[in-house]
Design a protein around this ligand. Sequence first.
Ligand code: ADP
Ligand code: MG
Ligand code: ZN
Length: 555
Amino acid sequence: MLHRVWGYDAFRGEQAQIIDRVVAGGDALVLMPTGGGKSLCYQVPSLVRDGIGVVVSPLIALMQDQVDALAANGVRAAFLNSTQGPDERARVERDVVTGQVDMLYLAPERLKIESTRSLLDRARIALFAIDEAHCVAQWGHDFRPDYLELSVLHERWPDVPRIALTATATPQTHREISARLGLDDAAHFVADFDRPNIQYRIEPKTGAMQQLLTFIRTEHSGDAGIVYCLSRNSVERTAAALVQQGIAALPYHAGLDARVRERNQAQFLREDGIVMVATIAFGMGIDKPDVRFVAHLDMPKSVEGYYQETGRAGRDGLPSTAWLAYGLNDVVQQRRMIDQSEGDAAHRRQLSAHLDAMLALCETIECRRVRLLAYFGQESSACGNCDTCLAPPESWDGTVPAQKLLSTIVRLDRERGQRYGVAHLVDILTGKQSPRVTELGHDSLATFGIGQDLSDADWKAVARQLLAQGYVAVSGDGYGTLVLSPTSAEVLAGRVEVRMRRDPVKTPRAGRTRRAAVVSDMPQEAMPLFESLRQWRAGQAREQGVPAYVVFNDA
Ligand code: ADP
Ligand code: MG
Ligand code: ZN
């Protein structure tokens, strides 16, 4: 089937075992990273087994494409979702009953409708595939209530094998998928989640737009990439700014007209070197092999989201970059969004836990890949290729600055009954006679000017990391003002040491045509690390047709 229908030579990874299991009528739960080849795991058994393979997928916008792609290989596929008119739906339903289709894609909400259920009763079903199965997990980052309906599959059609597939699952989500879908007898297939060709980099925001431009120009000029932004507004602004700088960028977000969205997506898929600037509405199920970079201008809300989004880079296995710029405002904003979010306290705690894990990844002084994989329950050793491996950040004891910042908050509150955001607190600490400081008489506070040993940028990093570590909190007033957290007292009393990450000093990058690394007196132990850097750089230089010089010791 693999040769005849798809023209491929061999199965990848565990595809063969998974397919065997489902063809034999058993259930399966498949955890495999994006681009791993999950679709074949249900498409092949759908054709091998008698009857129709029914695929439940939340990706309504992509159903037509998936059906077309299958049709191009001679597979009779159809779909049922809310975008169809009654005539078309009736035609599909007729084909399903008469066995004229091999595969049927269904939006999950269709299964709530009794007419769909009785349609399936009248058809011969080969298997149920539940794609993007993490959507059933309430703990997960992408919960869809309609997915809860999917427990009906087992209850109503107990003899039909089921295969659930996802590209993101922490051990916790993994368990929840199993429980909610009643996959008690399923065989679990957990693939290696490492994407070795993706280089992970997270840098502090200084001027996000300029950083992004420099990143694209020096490393990915002319490459296809995705830039993720949190809001529709910043998507529009960023896309326009990139275009103005001569980069072929297109916007994508849910607020755009459907036709514009479709056109931009098609252009991104078909043409070379397009940069798609998008909200996270873009990307799930998109299969473009040569996306060379995924950049985040705002911090994702969860590690799962980050992993899934960055996973869209480098599906072809060639070197690619996952680049994220993150700053103080990201933390303040996201904490505020959580505080103001609808839902109960448990829901907010859950969002908060997701954010904390993401912040821990941003602030880690360990290998990014090790941290990322550990989040998915996978052990690994330092990769030698991420930013922290290449330039290990030092950590320093930030307890005293932390105490200075916290006591400024305490004094403002006790003595004046006031709260402020980070910028003003930094002005006070660094002893700046800003108009606001003078006007409010904050130059008479005991902490005025006690932080002159650190720069503004250092203070912002201190605040960011205190927020990340939960030693200070964003108030719920909607203005991003800072207040004490339940653990602030520990710091003020000197009962804990606050470790902070010192971001490595960036050496300015050379331009496009001259790029050199000069390393002298390299200790022998550092050679393997250096070698992986060299190979990666050389690969990039080759791709972009620029010379790269690497000089080390006297060689
Ligand atoms: P996933 O759903 O896991 O993200 P897909 O099923 O979309 O991944 O597959 C990603 C790409 O890999 C597709 O272009 C697919 O055709 C290709 N692919 C999958 N399995 C194989 C295989 N055994 N041989 C060659 N190409 C494959
Ligand atoms: Mg898929
Ligand atoms: Zn690493």
